[in-house]
Design a protein around this ligand. Structure first.
Ligand code: HEM
Length: 147
């Protein structure tokens, strides 16, 4: 075979190799992007380090994003009645106000007077319906008062 015939033949072969590898890649990513357990090629492509998938066994649920709220008794709240640990019950919720004592625009004493007790009457007496105090209070929620 002379070079006149050889060059077009080489060109066609090179093109076939390029097209072939492109199609191979397409097929490969299709298999990997398919939902797990839906292709028969899974065992060929599955990562050997990943856990084996058993379609009959449901996958474990992720942990809840909102852990259940803790309940507190009055016995527990009264143990936090000082400036170094100040908890208060307001409208049935328990708040750790320790970090708010020195930041309260209405003075430290107003908050200190709530430590270790039910501060609902004092809080609502001053701030009922006030947006800023209600919003601020939410930052200190630690649980629910069990009553
Ligand atoms: C945890 C309980 C409380 C929170 C989270 C709280 C929060 C706040 C906030 C955010 C402000 C600023 C108001 C604003 O920017 O509009 C404020 C002001 C004030 N607070 Fe409180 N507060 C609490 C309890 C109390 C209590 C029990 C009293 C008094 C009995 C009191 C008296 C005042 C006073 C006199 C001001 C000054 C300005 C105003 O009259 O609104 N606060 N408080």
């Amino acid at each position: 075979m002379n070079s006149k015939h050889l060059y077009p033949l080489l060109l066609v072969s090179a093109l076939l190799v390029i097209i072939g590898s492109y199609l191979w890649k397409q097929n490969d990513s299709y298999v990997r992007e398919s939902p797990v357990g839906t292709t028969t090629s899974q065992s060929l492509y599955a990562d050997p380090k990943s856990p084996t998938i058993n379609p009959t066994k449901p996958l474990p649920l992720p942990p809840p994003s909102n852990p259940p709220t803790r309940l507190y008794s009055m016995n527990e709240v009264v143990m936090h009645s000082t400036a170094t640990s100040c908890w208060s019950v307001i409208n049935g919720n328990v708040y750790d106000l320790t970090n708010w004592i020195t930041n309260h625009p209405g003075g430290t004493n107003a908050i200190l007077s709530l430590c270790g007790k039910d501060g609902t009457a004092s809080f609502t007496g001053k701030h009922a319906g006030d947006l800023n105090p209600e919003a601020e209070l939410k930052n200190y929620l630690i649980g629910v008062f069990e009553g």
